[in-house]
Ligand binder design. Structure first.
Ligand SMILES: C[S@@+](CC[C@H](N)C(=O)[O-])C[C@H]1O[C@@H](n2cnc3c(N)ncnc32)[C@H](O)[C@@H]1O
Length: 270
């Protein structure tokens, strides 16, 4: 298989990757046939997967604009993925010219492509690190250079926590990150759930099994389990809701039924 310039030598391009499958669902071009094959298999069970991803990106952009309206100009986006249309630094910079963004991902293609997109940008950078090791993120030179932890930050954990198994203590990792943030910071989160998917659970389980097969299990959590990530934070109105219902720009009734799968919310630290 030919290796394009954006694929670092270190990666095994015969194994599907979650971030490249996500890039495929969103219509991006940073994916290989193995990724497309796995994504198509998941879509045989849940044809609406791309609609879910689009609703997720649309929520993320609304939440970034909301954060800027709240006076927040620093963004820490963990599990940022392969840059695609309407990235956090673009949306944030459009809303506030001084906005600063640190992206974090553990996927080498996501990191390499982010580096390429951000070359020469003094307001945004990327860290190759794992959410399960919050200290690696917090102690990174990129955070040191771009983020003032004494001022509020918007921490984005968008479509990442459902890839962290309970045995890896996602609640502990999130608590550690939250603990490093100044009062008034925001936690912006989306998470997959069986709740809201317009299909019988057996069908969606088929899609979940595809991720199990590629050794990146998708951990579906209940609304209550997802709400626990916000412990100690006050939920911003309208709370933890299906993605199209969070401060929509357009009528949620016009959205595809799949976009109501899973949950989105923003919390504020006291
Ligand atoms: C579905 S994508 C979401 C991308 C972006 N946040 C969005 O919502 O559009 C999930 C990303 O999380 C990354 N990821 C998964 N587990 C991670 C971990 N433990 N540490 C860092 N990144 C992780 C994956 O590599 C992937 O790029």
């Amino acid at each position: 298989m030919e290796r394009p310039a954006w694929a670092p030598r270190s990666i095994d391009i015969s194994v599907p990757s979650v971030s490249r499958m996500y890039d495929f669902y969103l219509g991006g071009s940073h994916n290989f046939e193995v990724d497309r094959e796995a994504a198509r298999k998941a879509m045989e069970f849940m044809p609406g997967l791309p609609k879910i991803m689009q609703a997720n990106r649309a929520f993320m952009r609304r939440a970034v604009r909301f954060a800027v309206e709240e006076g927040i100009t620093q963004f820490l986006d963990v599990g940022s993925g392969i840059p695609t249309f309407g990235n956090v630094h673009e949306v944030a910079r459009q809303a506030h010219s001084g906005a600063r963004v640190v992206y974090v991902d553990h996927d080498p293609v996501a990191v390499a492509h982010s580096k390429a997109v951000l070359e020469g940008n003094d307001h945004a950078d990327v860290v190759a690190a794992d959410l399960r090791k919050p200290q690696d993120i917090l102690a990174s030179p990129q955070i040191e250079r771009l983020i003032d932890l004494n001022r509020p930050v918007a921490l984005l954990l968008v479509a990442i926590l459902h890839f962290v198994e309970d045995t890896d203590d996602p609640y502990g990792a999130v608590a550690e990150l939250r603990g490093a943030l100044a009062p008034g910071s925001l936690l912006v989160l989306t998470h997959a759930s069986y709740e809201g998917i317009p299909l019988p659970q057996e069908r969606s389980e088929g899609a979940v099994d595809v991720y199990k097969d590629i050794r990146n299990p998708l951990i579906m959590r209940s609304r209550d389990e997802i709400a626990r990530f916000f412990e100690g934070y006050d939920m911003v109105e309208p709370g933890l809701v299906p993605m199209p219902k969070w401060r929509p720009d357009t009528a949620p009734e016009d959205e595809d039924p799949y976009s109501f799968s899973g949950f989105a919310g923003v919390g504020r630290s006291a």
